[in-house]
Design a protein around this ligand. Structure first.
Ligand SMILES: [Zn+2]
Ligand SMILES: [Zn+2]
Length: 252
């Protein structure tokens, strides 16, 4: 698999990066994990957005799904759009209603567009396949319905935490992964709220507990000291650990 970072700024887009979005190529399958603010522009550097096999959303906070509205406009109104059916869009239970409400500004418009002409909405359930790519989604600990994602292809595994506080479900789904792409939204302090995000230390501890081979730290907000987060993660996990940056590619 090849992981490309479209954006990695936590919670909001930042001066150096869009919000969360990741392009994953696995053999002849291409998917995007999350499509936060600004990532649709970055996506177009790497491929025509018509040639995606699926879009997978970890959860429905704006920094992870806002640019689905841009994808809607592109796929619905592009003057040279190719033939083809709706794009499979996997995500939480209320994915269809949430994205229609984000796109259409009033009840009158929502009554005539549910986005089903553009997307084939598929709420998470059992593990599923996109060609040769296997995808498993596990509920994690956030302020809304949110999932960590495990992608497996040809014997290699990438796990993406989405947004989550420390929880056993994250360790379970990440067990033995080649790469854990983990959020770390703040540095470690005793007064951090519980059940929302990881600190750098907690991301490192999850990687260690899961026995992953490599830890990639993402979702650091503009107001958080990224180097502090990284040093905490390295203190808790002795495998290769780095901060991702937009445009970076990782072979998995
Ligand atoms: Zn987020
Ligand atoms: Zn969130």
């Amino acid at each position: 698999m090849l992981l490309t970072v479209l954006g990695c700024s936590g919670s909001v887009p930042g001066p150096e990066s869009p919000a969360s979005g990741y392009l994953v190529r696995a053999g002849d399958i291409t998917v995007v994990l999350d499509l936060g603010n600004g990532t649709f522009g970055a996506l177009q550097r790497y491929l025509d957005p018509f040639y995606l096999d699926a879009l997978i959303l970890s959860h429905l906070h704006p920094d992870h799904c806002t640019d689905v509205s841009a994808m809607t406009v592109y796929r619905r109104y592009h003057p040279r759009r190719p033939r083809g059916g709706p794009l499979p869009l996997h995500g939480p239970t209320e994915i269809a209603q949430r994205l229609a409400a984000a796109y259409a500004p009033d009840a009158a418009e929502r009554s005539v567009t549910d986005l089903s002409d553009v997307f084939d909405f598929r709420p998470f359930g059992d593990p599923f396949r996109i060609g040769e790519l296997e995808v498993c989604a596990a509920p994690v600990d956030h302020v809304c319905e949110a999932y960590a994602l495990r992608l497996s292809h040809a014997g290699w595994t990438l796990v993406y935490s989405g947004d989550t506080g420390p929880c056993p479900q994250l360790v379970e789904i990440a067990t033995g992964a080649d790469v854990l792409l983990a959020e770390a939204s703040w540095s470690d302090r005793p007064d951090n709220p519980r059940g929302i995000h990881l600190s750098g230390r907690e991301a490192g501890e999850a990687a260690a507990a899961a026995g992953v081979s490599r830890l990639l730290i993402t979702h650091v907000p503009p107001w958080t000291d990224a180097e502090q987060v990284l040093s905490e993660a390295k203190a808790a996990f002795d495998g290769p650990t780095e901060l991702v940056h937009p445009g970076a590619h990782y072979d998995i």
